[in-house]
Write a protein that binds this ligand. Structure first.
Ligand SMILES: NC(=O)c1ccc[n+]([C@@H]2O[C@H](COP(=O)([O-])OP(=O)(O)OC[C@H]3O[C@@H](n4cnc5c(N)ncnc54)[C@H](O)[C@@H]3O)[C@@H](O)[C@H]2O)c1
Length: 320
């Protein structure tokens, strides 16, 4: 594994859930994360770290190739963690913008890597990608865009030897997860803590990945010399929503949380271990530990008034 100390690492979409944690993890390793995001909202970073204000932040749109190149050159970027994307509901609501962000934006990352000779790239695909094709899972524009990204990565390796590591996360949960189709389990923890009633709108088994475990793997990916365009599933810890509710209720007395509806229409399976074997990272935490950690972060943020009852109600409300 390469030492990331003092290396500039561009993290696209770093105001988001996984990105905020990737920034925290990079800083812990002495690297210099450069946030590249549409927004300058540091709320998710404030939730999980004390020094968010000190993070180097470049507001930019991944659809703007010139701006992306300017930032990479300015900071002498040597690795990229590419996370910026629109999630399932936003792709459905605005297909043209989502092609620009999820497909053209990803092309910009590979083009910039080719231009600047950047050889360390991890990027997020999704379990929505293998859901495309001949199976009973839900086909989505989001999944189609992710498949396109994976296929472009293969061609960038074949034609120009731009290497990459693609990670296909399952359902991310934990502090900072507050938007997208599958944010509901995290919202159930938040609602229970703030004594609100909440119903998760799906059931069944889910491939859960705690956001810190996910970030660890995206960061570990840019520590490796890779000579290929690799693609890995990140299934984490498979658990049934009904059991997750039991776990939450055991940890928060009086939690008024429920589930309804059909199983989530995306692949789930025990993690195949291939990604972890490559990255040599510590195993995924149990759901019980992941829920406990999430609660702990929420409680600390509440004590510091970073997470107020009003803000919690807004986050929960946008996911009902
Ligand atoms: N959350 C999950 O369960 C999950 C599961 C599988 C894959 N993924 C993938 O992981 C990645 C990160 O997910 P997340 O949950 O952290 O997402 P998120 O929605 O929390 O954050 C995405 C970030 O991207 C930024 N962004 C959007 N459009 C942009 C643009 N045009 N230019 C620059 N920045 C832009 C947003 O401002 C936001 O901060 C995404 O690629 C997502 O598709 C997430």
């Amino acid at each position: 594994m390469a030492d990331l100390a003092n290396k500039s690492v561009l993290v696209t979409g770093a105001a988001g859930c996984i990105g905020a944690w990737a920034v925290k993890k990079l800083m812990e390793q002495g690297a210099r994360p450069i946030v590249f995001d549409l927004t300058d909202n540091r709320e998710r970073l404030d939730l999980i770290m004390d020094d968010a204000a000190s993070v180097t932040w470049e507001v930019g749109d991944i659809t703007d190739y010139e701006r992306l190149c300017t930032v990479i050159e300015k900071h002498n970027v040597s690795a990229i963690i590419h996370l910026a994307a629109l999630q399932v509901p936003f792709c459905k609501a605005d297909p043209i913008t989502s092609v620009k962000v999820n497909v053209v934006g990803t092309t910009h990352i590979f083009e910039a890597a080719r231009k600047f000779g950047i050889k360390r790239i991890t990027y997020a695909s999704s379990i929505a990608s293998p859901a495309m094709g001949d199976n009973d899972f839900l086909a989505t524009l989001y999944g189609a865009h992710k498949v396109c990204g994976e296929q472009m990565a293969a061609v960038y390796w074949q034609d120009w030897q731009v290497p990459s590591l693609c990670i296909r996360p399952g359902v991310i949960y934990g502090p900072g997860r507050d938007q997208g189709m599958s944010a509901a389990p995290t919202m159930a923890i938040l609602a229970a803590l703030f004594e609100q009633s909440y119903t998760i709108p799906f059931s069944g088994p889910v491939a859960f990945v705690h956001v810190e475990d996910a970030a660890d793997r995206f960061v570990a990916g840019i520590s490796l010399d890779i000579e290929d365009a690799l693609v890995f599933d990140m299934q984490g810890t498979e658990a049934d929503i009904a059991d997750v509710l039991i776990d939450i209720k055991q940890q928060i007395e009086g939690a008024d949380i429920h589930l309804t509806g059909a199983p989530l229409p995306f692949p789930h399976a025990p993690d195949d271990g291939r990604l972890d074997a490559l990255l040599k990272v510590v195993p995924y935490r149990s759901m019980r530990d992941g829920i406990a950690q999430t609660l702990d972060v929420f409680k600390k943020a509440r004590a510091k008034h970073i997470l107020t009852p009003e803000r919690a109600a807004q986050l929960i409300g946008k996911n009902i």
